[in-house]
Design a protein around this ligand. Structure first.
Ligand SMILES: [Zn+2]
Length: 265
């Protein structure tokens, strides 16, 4: 069995974590080079972090036979004053081998660096247009309050950018929002995190009750919150416990991300 963890911040994964993931069947990771930043000193700091993820982290994981693919952009929690320099650099980054999307991007009223939602929307629009131009996926952050309203707002922005809804992954979905997202034709991302109150059992249950063709799962492994690098293998176990087939496990935990991020593995 091969698995893909669709959202991790690489700096949170120790060599022991990578070894345990590899031993548990994790074949590839989608590394978030935007969400890894919880501060925003400058555009250059963000760009340095893109490079570090693309070069250093792919090499570190390859020692454990794990392929790292990268999403990048401007995370709404970490918008530096000179963010336009990142927007200018993004088209070149989207051409880089291993870059499979923009993300984690989106809007968040609680952003400490840029609470101005109209500015956040302007940045998001530019990034969605770039995803469309470069035929890449877009990973969008769903705020924790007024979730239905945010989903509607995102879908409008996705459509306005001309991006295929099937290339848009709305993450931090839960039992109440997954159906809304998948019925709209977007991909719902389940982040297994105590802070999101989603366990591997919850994720397996949500998968079983919804359109399995439109769900991705991740550990959302990060330094700032408690997380578990083995969340995705644990979801596989829970899916089997619910009586789902190996084909279903493979579809959700491998085929879906392979397809939406166009990994070709
Ligand atoms: Zn998020």
């Amino acid at each position: 069995m091969q698995l893909i963890d669709t959202h991790v911040m690489m700096e949170s994964l120790s060599l022991q974590d990578l070894e345990a993931m590899s031993a548990s069947g994790v074949k590839a990771l989608i590394a978030d080079a935007a969400g890894g930043m919880d501060y925003a000193t400058s555009a250059q700091a963000s760009i340095n972090y893109f490079e570090h993820t693309l070069v250093g982290e792919t090499k570190r994981a390859s020692d454990y036979f794990i392929d790292v693919y990268v999403i990048l952009g401007i995370n709404m929690m970490a918008i530096p004053a000179d963010y336009e320099k990142i927007l200018d650099a993004l088209p070149e980054y989207l051409k880089r081998e291993k870059v499979v999307g923009v993300g984690e991007i989106g809007m968040e009223p609680k952003s400490g660096t840029c609470p101005d939602l109209s500015k956040q929307e302007e940045i998001l629009k530019a990034e969605l247009r770039m995803a469309k131009e470069h035929n890449k996926a877009a990973v969008l952050h769903l705020p924790s309050a007024e979730r239905t309203g945010w989903i509607e707002r995102y879908i409008k922005l996705i459509d306005d950018a001309g991006l295929d809804r099937g290339k848009a992954i709305i993450v931090h979905s839960d039992a109440s929002t997954t159906k809304i997202i998948t019925e709209a034709g977007c991909m719902a991302g389940l982040s297994v995190l105590p802070m999101r109150r989603i366990t591997p059992e919850d994720a397996a249950k949500i998968v079983a009750e919804n359109d399995m063709n439109r769900i991705l799962v991740s550990s959302d492994n990060r330094i700032r919150h408690r997380s578990d690098p083995l969340s995705v293998p644990r979801i596989a176990v829970q899916m089997r416990r619910l009586g789902l087939s190996e084909a279903d496990v493979e579809k959700v935990l491998f085929d879906n991300p392979n397809k939406v991020f166009n990994l070709g593995i």
